[in-house]
Design a protein around this ligand. Structure first.
Ligand code: 4UU
Length: 529
């Protein structure tokens, strides 16, 4: 048997050598990341304007922003919401908040104001960075809103509460550096986990140290959003500590993709399945010296079909294709892609990440299974979240007393340590890699006066992976239409979350304990729709 699996404990360990984590209890993320020198290297580049920030300018900008925030009244322990699309400013704002010992929370900038308000209340947000056009709406919610100009032109700014340009301008002296411990809260990200509504996931010492210290001179293309754990932990925390250059596309524009890769000599491109499909399509129509700089494309956040993978490797045979797996509750740490051997057919989600342990647990038991068997993946290691905020019950259901995190994913290890993901036990819907919590949509649905009961599940979709489908029980004799149900939800949630199909039904199938039987809804969908 291999040395990465113990038949006695039935615990898997990583096939990668472990990374030694900083032991100083007072080392915070900012000091850790900026202790590595990458002079002369470009850190961040805006793909449309070419505006760039070098590594040597990064820390001074973070410090200026931190002193601006301090001037505004941000202090240790305050929660600051980043309601922002990607830009070269995103990492600077992120680190300036942590620099002050304050806490970052993030959200999709397309979120509905009702969703924003919910999160503001849930984690006690006091300050928000948002696009200029949202500043007024946010002020009305009782938080201090700082407007960030989307086109990066700092002079175009209207005078907001306090302008971004002034804040970052370095006119407020030195920001204080409070005592920050590794155990202090760094970030609160939102995830619904294995069940229920979206919850705040609390991270301490935000796991920067999961990345090796070696420097890498790669050029990454950042299209994936930094407000989601995949983009945040990869682009903001991971790659900036390694010294890579990051080309940031503020908005994903398929028609610009090839040009951006060629213009900036992009070597590495992390994607989610729909972007992989777009890249494949574009690659079929380019001239032969296009896309030659690309060395590796890595895909994660949602399942990929074999056909999608094979189409890609046929279109771009010189590119190394890998899959990675992670989740919010594990700071995006899970597997690391390493699929060079063709006989794995690229279908593996990678090898267990360094410092991580795993168990493959037989359904509804605590007995774990050896390589070759499918079961629920449990993960343990330093990157696992501390807890869900304001929710002891959900925390206890998700992490056991020995520190094992239930992922809600069904996996199997093969004899070489490669992981394969075959199914998902948990309720979440993955729309283009984004999480949608059925319980969040159900809460909106049953708030409608003519809806007696509702349940949400997913249907497979070729382009988006999965789409939310609502089963709705209407009040007797009412005339509510499917379109009206879709509109009702769409008015209260971010566009990507909206219900895309409605099924009217007489009752929602439930267990004796009142739990929605989602499997029954799913089989209804696959048989009828
Ligand atoms: C099938 O989506 C993420 C994190 C993605 C990620 C992280 C590190 C991708 C690559 C990487 O290297 O986080 P969440 O919390 O939004 O969603 C987590 C869930 C997982 O539990 C699993 O069900 O997303 C699904 N998922 C995947 N499914 C994540 N990666 C994959 C994958 N294939 N490769």
């Amino acid at each position: 048997l291999p040395d990465w699996y113990s038949p006695e404990t039935r615990i898997y360990s990583s096939t990668y050598s472990s990374i030694s984590l900083p032991t100083d209890p007072f080392l915070d993320v900012v000091s850790f990341i900026f202790s590595h020198q990458h002079d002369g290297v470009t850190a961040l580049i805006d793909s449309s304007s070419g505006y760039s920030i070098s590594y040597s300018k990064l820390l001074p900008l973070v410090q200026s922003m931190a002193s601006g925030l301090h001037h505004l009244g941000v202090s240790q322990g305050d929660v600051v919401l980043l309601l922002l699309p990607n830009s070269v400013y995103f990492p600077i704002i992120f680190f300036s908040v942590l620099y002050l010992g304050a806490i970052v929370t993030t959200m999709n900038p397309l979120s509905n104001m009702m969703e924003v308000k919910k999160q503001i209340v849930d984690c006690g947000v006091r300050f928000v960075f948002t696009l200029l056009e949202n500043v007024d709406k946010l002020q009305k919610l009782g938080v201090h809103a700082i407007g960030v100009p989307e086109n990066m032109d700092l002079d175009s700014e209207k005078t907001g509460f306090l302008s971004f340009r002034k804040l970052i301008g370095g006119q407020f002296g030195k920001a204080p550096r409070p005592v920050i411990r590794q155990q202090d809260t760094a970030a609160i990200m939102y995830s619904s986990g294995t069940t229920g509504v979206s919850k705040g996931v609390l991270f301490v010492r935000f796991e920067a140290s999961q990345y090796e210290y070696s420097s890498s001179k790669n050029v990454y293309l950042a299209v994936l959003p930094m407000f989601h754990i995949y983009g945040l932990s990869l682009f903001v925390v991971g790659l900036l500590s390694l010294g890579s250059s990051i080309v940031i596309m503020r908005r994903f524009d398929a028609s610009e993709l090839v040009k951006v890769i060629d213009d900036y000599g992009v070597t590495h491109f992390p994607v989610v399945p729909p972007i992989l499909t777009t890249l494949t399509m574009r690659a079929k129509h380019v001239c032969e010296n296009s896309l030659q700089s690309l060395k590796q494309v890595s895909c994660g956040a949602a399942p990929l079909s074999r056909k999608t993978i094979l189409d890609f490797v046929q279109a771009l045979p010189h590119v190394d294709f890998v899959q990675g797996y992670g989740m919010t509750e594990s700071t995006a740490v899970g597997t690391r892609g390493f699929n060079n051997e063709k006989h794995h057919n690229y279908s593996s989600i990678g090898l267990l990440a360094p410092n991580m342990q795993a168990k493959v647990v037989y359904w509804n038991s605590d007995s774990s299974l050896p390589p070759g068997f499918h079961g629920e993946l449990w993960l343990r290691g330093p990157a696992i979240m501390q807890r869900y905020i304001n929710n002891v019950e959900a925390t206890n259901m998700t992490i056991d007393k020995d520190g094992w995190l239930r992922t809600g994913d069904i996996v199997c290890f093969d004899e070489d340590g490669y992981l394969y993901l075959s199914d998902r036990l948990k309720e979440i819907i993955k729309y283009k890699g984004y999480q949608i919590a059925p319980a969040d949509l159900e809460a909106v649905l049953i708030s409608h006066p003519e809806i007696l009961d509702a349940a949400v599940t997913s249907a497979a979709d070729e382009v988006c992976g999965e789409i939310p489908v609502a089963f709705v029980v209407r009040r007797h004799g009412c005339t509510l239409t499917k379109g009206a149900v879709i509109d009702f939800v769409a008015n209260q949630v971010a566009p990507y979350k909206k219900v895309r199909r409605v099924v009217f039904t007489e009752s929602i199938p439930k267990s004796a304990a009142g739990k929605i039987l989602r499997k029954e809804l799913k089989s209804f969908i696959s048989s009828r729709l």
